[in-house]
Design a protein around this ligand. Structure first.
Ligand code: 2HA
Ligand code: ZN
Length: 270
């Protein structure tokens, strides 16, 4: 049997964790990632019947029954994960209608999955219903997006339109817009349900004064969505206090729709 530590799943996860830390998105133990894997993918590396231990989740999500996830661990510093991936990451299988997770590899110090498990797993279920190829849910704390939630209207249409106007790429990368949640207590089932509800029709959800969730078919997609939104938020924070002379017009945004074959979220453009 091959070593899971050397699998492309762990290697790619670690590479992205290092890049997220380098961007300053994951101070201390901030941020978490979950990656959906198939039994076929994991069975080259672990024996599916060899369960190390079972960890209760505190929620129910029958849609994920029997599915495998590589997830970051609670309290783990992204800065340190590359030096000991088997400590910072765990491979789990959801069981008992999502009420428990069976650990197959990792969390070697006896730890458990991220405190944001409800938001991750409920978002996976929501995204999989919208796109059966979705595999990644990623959460982090990028400076400019956080800053923007202190000074910008949290209305989703207004927030999305501002991001689209801050960089030509934005409407092409996330034409469905961003979801925005007001400040809520993190780590709870309530914020998980609210995040998943937004994820039904979007891949980006902002948690005001906290951070952002991105979803995608692979790590590049989730990372690229967050990277693009954060870039746009950075432009906004550079210009918001200056007199605005011009911006990208709705006419320009319509031209981008046509040129790149994307459709802006219904009602978001005039
Ligand atoms: O895991 O980011 O939202 C630390 C967090 C909680
Ligand atoms: Zn967080």
């Amino acid at each position: 049997m091959k070593r899971f530590l050397e699998s492309p799943y762990v290697v790619e996860m670690v590479r992205n964790i290092a890049a997220m830390y380098a961007h300053g998105w994951d101070e201390r133990n901030g941020g978490n990632i979950s990656m959906l894997l198939t039994e076929q993918e994991v069975s080259d590396y672990v024996e599916p019947a060899s369960v190390l231990r079972t960890i209760p989740t505190g929620f129910t999500e029958p849609f994920l029954e029997g599915r495998y996830f590589l997830v970051t661990g609670t309290g783990k510093y992204f800065r340190n994960v590359p030096y000991d991936p088997a400590d910072g990451l765990g491979l789990i299988r959801m069981t008992d209608a999502g009420r428990r997770a069976e650990l197959l590899w990792g969390f070697s110090d006896g730890g458990r999955f991220t405190s944001e498990m409800p938001a991750h797993m409920m978002s996976h279920a929501a995204r999989l219903r919208a796109d059966s190829d979705n595999r990644i849910v990623m959460h982090c704390h990028p400076d400019n997006l956080l800053a923007m939630t202190y000074v910008h209207d949290l209305d989703e249409r207004a927030f999305t339109r501002t991001l689209w106007q801050m960089e030509t790429e934005c409407i092409v990368v996330f034409p469905e817009g961003v979801g925005v949640l007001p400040w809520m207590l993190c780590g709870t089932n309530e914020i998980g349900v609210a995040t998943a509800e937004k994820m039904r029709s979007r891949r980006l959800v902002i948690w005001a004064q906290h951070g952002i969730y991105g979803a995608g078919r692979d790590l590049d997609e989730a990372f690229g969505l967050i990277e693009t939104a954060e870039k746009a938020a950075g432009i906004y924070m550079k210009i918001a206090h200056l007199p605005l002379r011009q911006t990208i017009t709705d006419e320009g945004l319509h031209q981008l729709e046509e040129r790149f074959g994307v459709k802006a979220r219904e009602g978001y453009l005039d």
